[in-house]
Design a protein around this ligand. Structure first.
Ligand SMILES: Nc1ncnc2c1ncn2[C@@H]1O[C@H](COP(=O)(O)OP(=O)(O)OP(=O)(O)O)[C@@H](O)[C@H]1O
Length: 238
């Protein structure tokens, strides 16, 4: 393959035989996975199935964990967690700018805050923000770094239902505008189907289901049913 073509088709993330174990217990059992550049992927699985372990491996945050396999990921990676992880002693804009330098940084930070709907809150302290606002600030902090890959570990897990819906819209909008590759860990089947173009189910250390979601087809109910079945959940509401 010509180098140029290879560059165009190279996935953002490539895992080959990725294995991770804790105290002799295998959590990831030889995962092979490619995430194409710019794809929005959700990762579902039961509690304890290894979703965060996989995300941390891709983020390069698992130095002391035993494992093997090959992994490649882009250079610019941002991670968003369930809690915003804003530093309480720094104002919102300073949190967004943390570790950034260059004379353009402040302008970019302000623009990122405006993009997530926090214009005017630059000088607020994190303690003055609601949970949803804090997650918006965390998204701004990720965005301003112009990540090639955005890793999100249950970023909306602690929010109320209405705020979650707003944040879903925001995340999807931001993704459409910036097109990073996204890997979103969630336990919420509906969130996965609403947001992602591809949904993976982690099961016994492997990718048990790999579902491409056709967002135009309007078949959310069908995707939902397939994912719930893969998770071994039946709905029985009479
Ligand atoms: N640092 C660690 N030390 C020991 N065991 C760990 C460690 N990190 C994860 N584990 C174990 O690995 C398994 C997978 O954990 P992980 O957090 O990846 O699951 P998860 O699918 O993200 O779960 P949840 O949805 O509950 O967050 C669990 O049994 C957990 O106890």
């Amino acid at each position: 393959m010509a180098p140029h073509t290879e560059q165009l088709t190279r996935p953002a993330v490539r895992l080959r035989g990725l294995t991770r174990s804790f105290d002799g217990r295998t959590v990831l059992d030889g995962i092979d996975l490619d995430l194409p550049v710019g794809q929005f992927t959700a990762l579902l699985g039961h509690s304890g199935s290894g979703k965060s372990t996989l995300l941390r491996a891709v983020a390069g945050l698992d130095h002391r964990v035993s494992g093997s396999g090959r992994l490649s990921a882009p250079e610019r990676v941002s991670v968003v967690f369930q809690d915003s992880r804003l530093l309480p002693w720094r104002r919102v804009l300073d949190n967004v700018l943390l570790g950034l330098d260059g004379k353009d940084a402040e302008r970019r930070g302000r623009a990122a805050l405006e993009e997530v709907g926090l214009k005017g809150r630059e000088r607020a302290w994190p303690s003055e923000l609601s949970g949803g606002e804090a997650q918006r600030a965390a998204l701004a902090r990720s965005l301003v770094r112009e990540p090639e890959l955005l890793l999100a570990d249950e970023p909306f897990g602690a929010l109320d239902a209405l705020t979650r819906i707003k944040m879903h819209n925001l995340l999807r909008e931001l993704w459409e505008r910036h097109r990073p590759s996204v890997l979103l860990v969630t336990h919420d089947v509906d969130e996965a189907v609403v947001l992602a173009d591809r949904v993976l189910v982690l099961e016994r250390g492997r990718i048990g289901l790999d579902l491409v979601v056709d967002r135009e087809a309007g078949a959310r109910g069908e995707y939902r049913a397939r994912l719930l079945a893969a998770l071994g959940v039946t709905e029985d509401i009479r």
